[in-house]
Design a protein around this ligand. Structure first.
Ligand SMILES: Cc1ncc(COP(=O)(O)O)c(C=O)c1O
Length: 406
């Protein structure tokens, strides 16, 4: 049974007024709110357990280690990785992609090619540009059409023996478009030996995941967008690939032996987890996975899809609303502008006065904004706790913005 009021009651933060109005939080693609169960686990760690992991004989250290490793196994199951040591704790998607781009440096040479898509977040663009600078490799970008749909016939033409990396997101943060990663992965496997990286920042909170079935080499996501604390994230990598590639950061935890004559590295996952990890956050990420599984991923997806459909239908009933990616297959994000009326920022400010939190601007996807020749959009993005009456509040706010700005 999907009981929205029961779900909302688990998010104390939602029960407040902003600017004198009930908070309507529709900025979930930027970060989600955290259920009390996650905050309790995080708080319990700091009030009852706090100790460094893996290096202590004392009881608290052992407890902290057990809890963090239990969380790793929960995440292993959540993404269906074959081994728990293929799950690396990071501080988020950005760190995950930078890590991958760094450790691939020795595998690329001048004129090799890295393929990304037009729909990427800056964190899946810039680390690859930096890798190109280090190696002389070239970046190729899968084009999209005016609906934001990636042109896979073009992508297929890009694939050749020079293709060393293909890195795309499963869901676009700016437009909510679900990309055909199954097809992208299949075509890449068929035609190349490239490493396949999937940015799951916007899919992990919403979809059922199976990295083995997906057959990607790397899958990265952020905890804070899926009901866990900030500063948490996951990098999944296939065992053989992670074993073959060099470490990222050097330091404590990632060594097997260390002397002035040289160092040997620890096995997985520790080889990629130098330094003290975010123990409390990583444990709380496991609690966020528990929350998602308890609500049910299918329930989450159905509810968010219904919200999307409702929001889109109502927005399109208004005059002069342009929704970007309107005709594409999307998940709970609606990105729009008011035709010829003010700028996205003005709309966002008016909505904020009404207690409605949306994001405005380029959403760290400037190439998409350039494509549509706009500075930014108003983006409303949904999570499991959002309601239809909150969408009504959004629509009322948009109507008010139209009146005030025209
Ligand atoms: C698709 C996508 N990739 C990467 C990121 C970067 O995530 P983080 O800032 O948590 O590292 C985001 C954040 O919005 C995103 O939506």
């Amino acid at each position: 049974m999907f009981d929205i009021q029961e779900i909302r009651s688990q998010f104390s933060i939602l029960d407040q007024k902003v600017n004198g109005k009930p908070l309507v939080y529709l900025d979930n693609a930027a970060t989600s709110q955290k259920p009390d169960s996650v905050l309790e686990v995080w708080n319990k760690y700091y009030t009852e357990i706090n100790a460094n992991v893996h290096r202590g004989i004392h009881t608290l250290s052992q407890l902290a280690t057990e809890e963090m490793e239990l969380s790793r196994r929960k995440i292993q199951k959540f993404i269906n990785a074959e081994h728990d040591f293929e799950v690396i704790f990071t501080k988020g998607t950005t760190e995950g992609i930078n890590l991958i781009a760094y450790i691939l440096t020795q595998k690329l040479k001048k004129d090799d090619e890295i393929i990304i898509s037009y729909l990427e977040h800056h964190s899946n663009i810039v680390p690859w540009q930096m890798l190109c600078e280090r190696t002389g490799a070239k970046l190729r970008v899968i084009p999209m059409d005016e609906n934001g749909i990636l042109q896979l016939d073009q992508f297929e033409k890009f694939l050749n023996e020079k293709t060393k990396v293909v890195s795309v997101n499963q869901v676009s943060n700016a437009l909510g478009i679900i990309n055909p990663i199954e097809e992208i992965i299949a075509k890449t496997r068929k035609n190349t030996n490239a490493y396949i990286v999937i940015d799951g920042a916007q899919s992990a909170p919403h979809f059922t995941l199976d990295v083995q079935k997906m057959d990607c080499d790397f899958f990265v996501f952020s905890g804070h967008k899926m009901y866990a604390p900030m500063g948490t994230g996951i990098l999944y990598g296939k065992q053989q690939i992670l074993e073959d590639l060099p470490p990222f950061h050097g330091g404590g935890e990632m060594i097997a032996t260390c002397s002035f004559d040289g160092t040997t590295y620890a096995g997985l996952p520790f080889k990629y987890e130098a330094g003290t990890p975010n123990v409390g956050g990583n444990i709380a990420l496991g609690a966020a996975v528990d929350f998602i599984l308890k609500v049910g991923q299918e329930n989450i997806q159905n509810h968010e899809n219904a919200l999307l459909e409702y929001a889109q239908r109502q927005l399109l009933e208004l005059e002069g609303i342009k929704i970007y990616g309107e005709k594409a297959n999307r998940t709970g994000v609606v990105s729009f502008n008011l035709d010829g009326v003010g700028i996205a920022l003005d709309v966002g400010m008016i909505l904020d006065k009404l207690g409605v939190a949306v994001r405005t601007g380029h959403h760290c996807t400037q190439p998409i904004m350039d494509f549509f020749n706009i500075a930014g959009t108003v983006r409303a993005s949904f999570a499991v706790y959002n309601t239809f009456s909150e969408i009504d509040a959004l629509i009322e706010g948009v109507k008010k913005a139209q009146r005030m700005l025209s």
